[in-house]
Design a protein around this ligand. Structure first.
Ligand code: CAA
Length: 394
């Protein structure tokens, strides 16, 4: 889509403002639209802060003011979208709100415009049922923070046209992102299915008193060398957002027990970094949680990540993702130091299966049952690096 020069971003929240910023950095004119002026003002401030940071580190080629001049902030939907070739919707994860937006897009956009959604959990097919021509609707899913995470998932529904998929992929490349194509419109696509399994397991371990919040995070951060622990990341994403995402996925057949740990926090209004407290407390002086290094060997990191490996096996068995897409997805979407399947090969597929079995024993959760692919790998002696063959050959 080399000719895309005006894009509308709908919703100026965490994702919307970050997506708008990335587009503007790459020379694209952006109309950011939200329903209240204060949301737009807040987005503008955050983009200004972020561009200043990037400028200080010479990570942008132009000065911040010039990039800002490509952004306009609109309340009027029709004005924001009518001349655009591409619209990216990034409003809250509520199917009714999204469908309402897409009904408006049907009325106000050029018929040639691509209608993209940044949903992380709702099927593209469900959203596109709100427009007359669903072939122009596609998922373009960014990761938080969009300015720093290189990954974009491009998701096609059964109706999305090949040209629209190709254009979405070109746009991702044009703005220096690495796109992976999600072959089937399954709840949570690729990366969130893997992420949610890890997050739910982390919560179950704490709820069942098998580990503490700090122990889990220490194991993930210092043991598995992930950029953030599961609870630290949950606070960063927002516990309300996680609740929305997991409920939407659960309602569509991807079973995830939300559990009391997160429900209690949300009820108390402790939504994570944005409210100053969640699983950890955040202040100006202490903007990041202190996670003790000495807890990093309390449990094996394979125990927390085995359900994600099991989910990866499901994605492979159901032709939703390739091995490479899984590896690229976790590295560029979640900042993993290496691919999940390579990590599984290091731990050993037999260790993954015994971890799933012990989690099942402790929790009784049916979704922990090992995928046939993993069982076959073990019965064929493909245990990972130690047998020189697992998901990959060594
Ligand atoms: N713009 C510009 N600069 C930014 C920034 C932004 N948006 N965010 C942070 N920075 C700056 C910081 O201010 C800091 O600057 P200083 O060095 O001057 O202090 C610098 O970047 C480095 O920040 P951190 O020390 O916080 O950096 P880090 O090395 O810890 O990296 C991170 C931050 C990229 C967020 C990293 O922690 C990470 O990869 N975390 C995992 C994030 C993740 O998993 N995201 C996916 C979430 S799931 C999702 O998004 C999907 C969904 O649908 C729910």
């Amino acid at each position: 889509m080399g000719s895309t020069r005006t894009v509308a971003v709908l919703g100026a929240g965490t994702m919307g403002h970050g997506i708008a910023e990335v587009l503007a950095i790459h020379g694209i004119q952006v109309n950011v639209r939200d329903i209240e002026r204060r949301f737009l003002d807040n987005a503008k401030q955050k983009i200004e802060w972020s561009l200043k940071k990037l400028q200080e580190k010479n990570q942008i080629n132009e000065n911040a003011e010039r990039i800002m001049s490509r952004l306009s902030f609109e309340l009027d939907m029709q004005k924001a979208v009518r001349d655009c070739d591409l619209i990216i919707e990034a409003v809250p994860e509520d199917i009714n709100v999204k469908k309402d937006i897409f009904r408006q897009l049907d009325l106000y956009t050029k018929s040639s415009a691509i209608l993209a959604t940044n949903t992380s959990s709702l099927p593209i097919g469900e959203i596109s049922s709100a427009v007359k021509d669903p072939s122009r609707v596609v998922g373009i899913h960014f990761f938080n923070p969009p300015v720093m995470m290189k990954l974009v998932e491009v998701i096609r529904s059964t109706s999305t046209s090949d040209k629209v998929v190709r254009d979405a992929i070109s746009l991702a490349k044009e703005i220096s992102k690495v796109p992976i194509l999600v072959q089937k419109d399954v709840p949570g696509f690729i990366v969130n299915r893997l992420l949610v399994r890890m997050m739910v397991t982390a919560r179950l371990l704490v709820e069942k008193r098998m580990a503490t919040v700090e122990e889990v995070d220490s194991v993930l951060k210092y043991g598995a060398k992930l950029p953030m622990g599961a609870f630290e990341l949950a606070d960063y994403i927002g516990l309300d957002v996680i609740t929305f995402v997991e409920k939407a996925m659960s309602q569509r057949g991807f079973h995830v027990p939300l559990g009391t740990l997160i429900e209690d926090k949300v009820r108390e209004g402790k939504l994570g970094v944005k409210t100053g407290s969640g699983f950890y407390t955040y202040t100006k002086e202490q903007p990041k949680p202190v996670i003790p290094l000495e807890l990093s060997s309390k449990i094996n990191s394979a125990l927390i990540l085995a359900p994600s490996v099991n989910e990866a096996a499901w994605l492979l068995s159901n032709s939703v993702a390739s091995k490479d897409d899984i590896e690229v997805g976790v590295k560029l979407g979640l900042g993993f130091p290496e691919g999940l399947l390579h990590m599984a090969d290091e731990w050993g597929i037999d260790v993954i299966i015994s971890s799933l079995k012990s989690l099942y024993k402790a929790t009784g959760e049916a979704w922990l049952e090992p995928q046939q692919l993993l069982l076959s790998m073990v019965s064929e002696g493909r245990l990972g690096r130690k047998s020189k063959k697992g998901f990959f050959e060594y």
